[in-house]
Design a protein around this ligand. Sequence first.
Ligand SMILES: NC(=O)C1=CN([C@@H]2O[C@H](COP(=O)(O)OP(=O)(O)OC[C@H]3O[C@@H](n4cnc5c(N)ncnc54)[C@H](O)[C@@H]3O)[C@@H](O)[C@H]2O)C=CC1
Ligand SMILES: O=C(O)[C@@H]1CCC=N1
Length: 271
Amino acid sequence: MKVGFLGAGKMAQALAKGFTSAGITKASDVIASCPKTDNYLLEEFQKDVPGSMVTNSNTDVVEHADLVLIATKPPIVPRVIQEVNPAVRPRNLLVSIALGIPITNLEQMLPPKTRVIRVMPNTPSLVKAGCTVFSCGSSATEEDGLIAKRCFSSVGFCEEVPEVLIDAVTGLSGSGPAYIYLMLEALADGGVKMGIPRPLAYKLAAHTMIGGAQMVLETGKHPGALKDDVCSPAGCTIEAIYQMEQSGVRGSLIKAVVSAAQKSKETGQRG
Ligand SMILES: NC(=O)C1=CN([C@@H]2O[C@H](COP(=O)(O)OP(=O)(O)OC[C@H]3O[C@@H](n4cnc5c(N)ncnc54)[C@H](O)[C@@H]3O)[C@@H](O)[C@H]2O)C=CC1
Ligand SMILES: O=C(O)[C@@H]1CCC=N1
């Protein structure tokens, strides 16, 4: 399958590297575009995916690729679609990863009957630990859904959801890696404050996060029960939990997800 990226930024690079290393497509069948002013991003893209093609023409991408990912910032999407519209053919499956833009808006901008899929991935796709949801447009076929599922499952967890959930998913797993990095950095800072060398502190924090997440996925136990298993009576962990609850850590994380989800929804409404 030939895969094209309109936009060659962080998310396009993560997906292109993930798809090629997972064998979904060959590097020589990948093409990415962005304006001349951002040629440094095309250089980065080719470093990540050696042997791929790059161009300053969005039309070249649509003409080359079967699967075309729209990977520019949301405000630029209408301009990019207008530009490539004359080149869109029935062989193209258009997959938008853009924040907030609803399927109906994408379909209205594209030629009638264009097969459209809206996707919300995240950057850990780069290391095959991504988390993606997708919803199919009105002309997308069952086969198109399977293609999306196959592509994004190759770089992590992937599930089809009703489109009404995508803004909320954006607030949770689309933006989520940033919350995790912030927490990881803070945990490591705590370790450093108590004398752990910084490189070791990052490793300990990262492995602790992976381990905790894996326990939730593999044991199926409630996160609260797993927390209780760590808190020995009158031990040190319950002291830490008491401090965290007083700092409002739960409310803060809930607010983070809600704010990002609301911003995603507003972005779509502005479109
Ligand atoms: N970064 C992330 O974690 C995630 C991003 N997304 C979505 O992916 C999209 C891209 O985000 P990022 O990769 O973070 O942004 P970015 O700023 O890293 O990349 C945007 C790319 O678009 C290119 N571009 C700008 N104008 C263009 C034009 N007229 N034609 C073609 N390309 C053009 C830029 O040169 C750049 O390569 C956004 O819509 C974002 O909402 C979705 C999920 C996660
Ligand atoms: O921050 C953003 O707008 C994008 C969408 C989800 C993650 N990054």
